[in-house]
Design a protein around this ligand. Sequence first.
Ligand code: RB5
Length: 150
Amino acid sequence: MTIAIGCDHAATGLKEELKEYMTAQGLGVQDFGTYGAAKADYPVSALKVAAAVTGGACDLGVLLCGTGVGISIAANKVKGIRAVCCSEPFSAKLSRQHNNSNILCMGARVVGRELAKMILDEWLAASFEGGRHAERVAMIDAIEAGKSLI
Ligand code: RB5
């Protein structure tokens, strides 16, 4: 399993920590930046990671910014991306099981490093349950394709 990871300037420390954490677990990690403290616009990293996931180069993605909010909004503009912004493990787990989320977003100014790892663990360990949830995800796809549900 290969995870694409990206961030803006607010989250480079957390990105390095999570990269190391995932690598130590034997996961492949592709880092799409940013790499330093210089201001970096979060939509750029969001697009790079989203493209790696939808293009198949990576299986899942992790995006980090100050709050996790801006980078998740940006990633969700890419067709096929279901990005979730989580600050606790329960929503992260359910987002995989019910919503088939493919990018996890977190805020480096919101969650501490150990909580971020716990959220990541739950998210990675969970898998999509399909069934009635697949029907709802298909409805999301229909909205994305410009179809009307109503
Ligand atoms: C950058 O200052 C900040 O706006 C960004 O990291 C993020 O929190 C946006 O949603």
